[in-house]
Design a protein. Structure first.
Ligand code: PMT
Length: 398
């Protein structure tokens, strides 16, 4: 497949599968390599032979084919490309993706891939509008999966409304947009920390904070969508792993530091995690028992992960960005951290009671650099991530 951009096209079983043949043709004419998986129900609508003839590549159809597994296993198949496109995406495959079910080659590859995913839904209008389908789409979008279409119109079943697969030209445009403007960080390696840390007291208790990981995870997803090879070091959160991001799950600050160290070298490092500043000096291997008086928990300062990475003698990332969670004079308290921690930019946010910055969907950022401070209006954490990534792109393009 050479150096051209490559797509893994997963064709699931719907009447719109016939349009996938035109999609393959259009992708190839744009210089994009196409490798395909045909589900067994898609093979009821179009033949593997027609897909092979158009793509010029072997078509993969069966997870249990020993030949396919020895030639190219499902994991390798899902990673041998730059992007995965599911077109048409039936209600069934969307539901299985949302649940993480992998019971055929297509869904196994989708669960195993570390690449961005675009889906082009196609189904009957009632199925599209069903709460189950809409809830599945919310889940998939939250994971960073890009949804193109469906379009309005008359369906094969005679009903009208949204449900027709987007036209191949529209899907190709989404793919090209992804590969061009959205790949401004291709070749860059990014490290992001996110979420809280848990500092154990005994087998059942720990010191932690209210960080949800929403901000850090959104940043990792935005970096990956821009083409950066992204590693997310995450404390315990309920957030799903973002699509196309390698995630290292940790609990304590010491584990987070070790995971960050092992992820170097990196061009970009962003520290959005709310690392516990202290940990209990002693970990009790037995559960602490109630006695006559409340236990006194002595604490020890945790390593400062941002400061350690920002001051690496040989392995300092080119751009080191910290966050600062402050109350009161937010900018006044955050600015000294720029020098004290040795980072290039600090994104300060107000975490006073009532702001909802910890755990909420919105954030108001003050971006502090040596040269001055920019005050961003309140916006969603996803939008904060996009704005930050735009700044990072400009930094590397200057
Ligand atoms: O997770 P969410 O619910 O979406 O909330 C997002 C957030 C409020 C947690 C996030 O926007 C944020 O502000 N993260 C940094 C929280 C924090 O620990 O701030 P700080 O001012 O205490 O620390 C300053 C910087 O040093 C931060 O980049 C922090 O990651 C880093 N640090 C702090 C202590 C430590 N031991 N190691 C560190 O790396």
């Amino acid at each position: 497949m050479g150096n051209a951009n490559r797509v893994l096209l997963i064709i699931s079983g719907g009447i719109a599968a016939y349009k996938s043949l035109d999609l393959i043709r259009q992708l190839i004419s744009q210089g994009i390599g196409v490798r395909s998986i045909l589900t067994s129900s898609a093979a009821e609508f179009i033949t593997p032979l027609s897909v092979t003839a158009l793509s010029g590549e072997k078509v993969y159809t069966d997870i249990f084919s020993l030949t396919d597994e020895s030639e190219m296993g499902h994991i390798q198949l899902s990673r041998s490309v730059d992007l995965v496109v599911v077109a048409p995406a039936t209600a069934n495959i969307l539901a299985r993706m949302a649940q993480g079910i992998c019971d055929d080659l297509a869904t196994t590859a989708l669960l195993a891939t570390d690449k961005p995913v675009i889906v082009a839904p196609a189904m009957n209008v009632r199925m599209w509008e069903h709460t189950a389908t809409q809830e599945n789409l919310v889940k998939l979008r939250d994971r960073g999966i890009i949804v193109v279409g469906p379009e309005n119109g008359e369906m094969a079943c005679g009903e009208f409304g949204p449900g027709r697969m987007a036209e191949p030209a529209t899907i190709v445009k989404t793919v090209i947009d992804h590969f061009s403007s959205k790949q401004r960080l291709k070749g860059k390696r990014a490290l992001v920390t996110s979420g809280p840390t848990y500092e154990p007291i005994d087998p059942v208790r720990f010191i932690a904070n209210r960080s949800s990981g929403k901000q850090g995870h959104a940043i990792a997803a935005a970096l990956a969508n821009m083409g950066a090879d992204t590693i997310l070091v995450s404390g315990p959160t309920a957030e799903p792993d973002p699509q196309g991001v390698a995630v290292l799950h940790v609990e304590s600050a010491k584990e987070m530091l070790a995971a960050c160290e092992s992820s170097l070298p990196a061009n970009i490092a962003i520290f959005a995690a709310a690392v516990a500043d202290w940990r209990p000096s002693q970990l009790s291997y037995d559960k602490l028992k109630k006695g006559n008086s409340a236990p006194v928990i002595e604490t020890t300062e945790n390593p400062d992960i941002l400061k350690t990475i920002a001051n690496h003698a040989n392995n300092r990332p080119d751009l080191v960005i910290g966050f600062a969670a402050e109350t009161g004079d937010v900018v006044g308290k955050a600015r000294p951290k720029l020098r004290r921690k040795g980072c290039d930019w600090i994104l300060a946010n107000d975490v006073s009671i009532g702001t909802g910055t910890f755990g909420g969907d919105l954030n108001t950022i003050h971006m502090i650099q040596e040269a001055g401070t920019e005050h961003w209006p309140e916006m969603t954490k996803v939008r904060v991530a996009d704005c930050l990534v735009e700044k990072i792109c400009k930094y590397f393009e200057k």
